[in-house]
Design a protein around this ligand. Sequence first.
Ligand code: C2E
Ligand code: MG
Ligand code: MG
Ligand code: MG
Length: 282
Amino acid sequence: QAKEQGRGMFQFYDVRLTERAKERLFLESELREALVREELLVHYQPQYSLADDRLIGAEVLLRWHHSEHGIIPPDKFISIAEDTGLIVPIGEWVLQTACRQAKTWLAAGYDFQRMAVNLSGVQIERSDMLATVRQVLKDTGLPANYLELEITETYIMQQAQQNIRIMEDLRALGVALAVDDFGTGQSSLGYLKRLPVDKLKIDRSFIMDIPQDSNDMAITRAIIALGHNLHLTVLAEGVETAEQSAFLKELGCDEAQGYYYSRPLEAASYERFLKKRPASVA
Ligand code: C2E
Ligand code: MG
Ligand code: MG
Ligand code: MG
């Protein structure tokens, strides 16, 4: 009886695995075409300064608009793009698109301060990021100080020594660097103090249960203090309520993004949030 049941369960598991594998294979071949068919697009999520509720910039978030399957979120295809190496051309396209957009907003006289772009560890390993970033800034004419690159804590800590050198080179170009999903990646504090970064982004998982979870509140408080003691800017991601925003403001957290402020937007919608720069007194 037990054996029978066991076998049944195994079969069930097997079918599901096959299905997932099939979906992966399908997405993999489709993803190869996506760039050519121009099915990729990006959304821009507003980021705010907490002290004065000012819009300061945007995080660029990749989307795939598949002709039959609609919008496919990055969690479904980034890992496939990484495994196949497709993340290299895709990431370059994202960077180019984001920098061109930032330059356009600046040229139009909007008060736009920063475009934050996610980098995958695979891009750093398999391509010359320094050369790519330098070339994209040159091609688009975007001054380096308007670009921020986000790298996850998990990836940075995997080969901290090696990554520190690459990050130093990127920073020497004048771009800012942020540690993404901070708090989930087992940072060694010894490395953290040596990381050439400007910002910590507190992972959404610590924010989402504030104020119900007092442990999360303690962790958030500690990360903000740690960041400030290391002279880093601290941004909280995934802020969804007025209460969370007020709590973070009270703790002196510098910046925030999340559905409370805005969901990721198409460029045209983001533009409606932008204000013209005050006319310079000539
Ligand atoms: P991430 O960089 O940590 O981005 C934040 C994610 O949280 C985004 O999901 C965003 O839409 C979502 N989010 C923002 N505010 C809230 C909120 O208040 N509540 C909730 N529940 N979610 C919120 P998204 O766009 O699905 O992206 C997921 C992940 O995919 C990103 O996490 C990033 O790791 C990766 N990703 C996105 N675009 C790119 C890209 O161009 N390149 C690379 N390498 N990775 C990317
Ligand atoms: Mg990010
Ligand atoms: Mg994040
Ligand atoms: Mg994330």
